[in-house]
Design a protein around this ligand. Structure first.
Ligand code: SF4
Ligand code: SF4
Length: 448
């Protein structure tokens, strides 16, 4: 069977193979794999998903796409591929979880979700390095420890990590050191946003509660400030709960569901003490993940509370169009100054079905001439930890997205996901330093 997989799906390197139906195989096939196999078997191998998969486009290797990965999952469940195989783990990690395959699948197979669940099944088998596991389990769920890590990180980056030579094996033990070599790897902010700004806003009295997210808290606090400025302009009072934490999306992408649920419970509890208005998240990956909390818990009362939480969550673009920002904005009669395009984060367009809202907001700004470059719904290649683990492929995916922008000679690229923002800042710096990259809230603040 595996040889037929190699022949049929063009695998370039073999994965470890166990004899089918052998005595040993019963021990390796566990319940999650049987369930995954049932879902994966709904794939009829038509190959439509390969035409839209950004990773397959750049690697043209069958296991890069959903079809190949689903076949691998079936073979793993039947015992023909060893669960402990390093090659299997590497191939399962080779996915952005962008959801493009699920969007186009005629058989309604949720390739991205099945791949994520297979990471969950693999995560119990120690596929992560020790530092990653420590960070996920013992630091990420605790805001105070994250604040302390932020302070240590400022020192470590400047004094140690940026000085690791490119050829050193330490790159792989400390992924941040690799990231820190990127042309425009951001500096950690001098002061995190939450410890200072949360004190200035009563957590129980705002008409909306703000979810800040890790990147804005520790790297780009000026984006959170821009959000406050836009909401202040609309005379909307806000609360900023100090004890909120990471949304959990990074842990979700790595399959660490125990950490994901712990983070979700914390945020549900913390925001449960705010007044019952919308929870506005201005990173679209965070907003998508917060909306999915309702799917994390099967048991009461968490199921009910998670559902109530998720129903309150709105992405910033969704919230601002809902409260009528566009109708209040005065475009005047002067000619626009900038050609501006919007990059759709996969977590906004595919996972939340939000497409028009950011465009409406940008078109309402006086200095903006909106240029559409997003018809093909191309991913930028960030994909959470994908960009660090598979940097070269990630940048080739970005290059494809960049070409669609370059053709239109835009002045500013706007997006609303912190992962996309980091990817664009890094990639645009490499290809064309004249183009500026901004978060949606920043360009809106500038027009006030
Ligand atoms: S489009 Fe759907 S059914 Fe066709 S190969 Fe991809 S996952 Fe399978
Ligand atoms: S989720 Fe995206 S990257 Fe992963 S297999 Fe599907 S289309 Fe490819």
């Amino acid at each position: 069977m595996i040889s037929s997989i190699q022949g049929k799906y063009f695998m370039t390197r073999p994965v470890s193979v166990k004899k089918p139906h052998g005595r040993n195989n019963a021990a390796v096939v566990t319940a999650p794999w049987s369930e995954l196999s049932i879902d994966a078997s709904r794939c009829v191998k038509c190959g439509r998903c390969l035409s839209v998969c950004p990773v397959f486009r750049e690697s043209t290797r069958e296991p890069a796409g959903a079809r190949g990965k689903l076949a691998l999952i079936e073979c793993t469940a039947s015992g023909e591929v060893a669960i402990a195989s390093a090659r299997l783990k590497e191939l399962i990690s080779f996915c952005l979880l962008c959801g493009a395959c699920a969007e186009i699948c005629p058989n309604l197979v949720r390739g991205d979700e099945i791949i994520q669940r297979s990471r969950e099944a693999l995560s119990s088998r120690q596929i992560f390095s020790s530092p990653t596991l420590v960070a996920l389990s013992h630091i990420l769920p605790f805001p105070q420890r994250m604040d302390n890590l932020h302070k240590v990180g400022q020192i470590a980056l400047s004094r140690f990590l940026r000085k690791i030579p490119g050829e050193s094996g330490l790159y792989w033990r400390f992924p941040l050191s690799r990231a820190s070599k990127l042309p425009l790897f951001p500096q950690l902010a001098d002061k995190a946003f939450l410890p200072t700004r949360s004190r200035q806003h009563d957590p129980t009295s705002g008409s909306v509660a703000i979810f800040v997210g890790c990147v804005s808290n520790y790297i780009y606090p000026h984006i959170a400030e821009a959000v406050l400025a836009v909401l202040g302009h609309l005379k909307i009072s806000v609360s900023i709960p100090r004890e909120q934490g990471c949304c959990g999306l990074i842990a979700y992408g790595l399959g660490k569901m125990d950490v994901v649920r712990r983070l979700a419970k914390r945020n549900i509890e913390v925001f449960g003490s705010t007044s019952p208005g919308p929870i506005v998240a201005f990173c679209s990956s965070c907003s998508a993940h917060l909306k999915s909390y309702s799917t994390l818990f099967a048991d009461e009362p968490w199921n009910r509370e998670a559902l109530a939480f998720s129903e309150r969550v709105q992405d910033l673009s969704e919230f601002l169009t809902g409260v009528g920002f566009c109708s209040q904005s005065d475009r005047g009669t002067s000619a626009p100054s900038y050609r501006v395009t919007f990059h759709d984060p996969c977590h906004l367009r595919r996972k939340q079905g939000i497409f028009e809202e950011p465009r409406q907001l940008l078109r309402s700004l006086p200095e903006v001439q909106f240029i559409e470059t997003g018809k093909e719904a191309l991913c930028c290649g960030s994909g959470g930890s994908f960009g660090l683990k598979h940097y070269d492929v990630s940048m080739r995916i970005f290059q494809r997205r960049y070409r669609s922008i370059e053709e239109e000679a835009v002045d500013i690229v706007v997006t609303s996901c912190m992962g996309c923002l980091l990817q664009f800042i890094n990639g645009i710096h490499y290809y064309n330093k004249a183009i500026r990259v901004k978060h949606l809230a920043e360009i809106m603040q500038e027009s006030l």
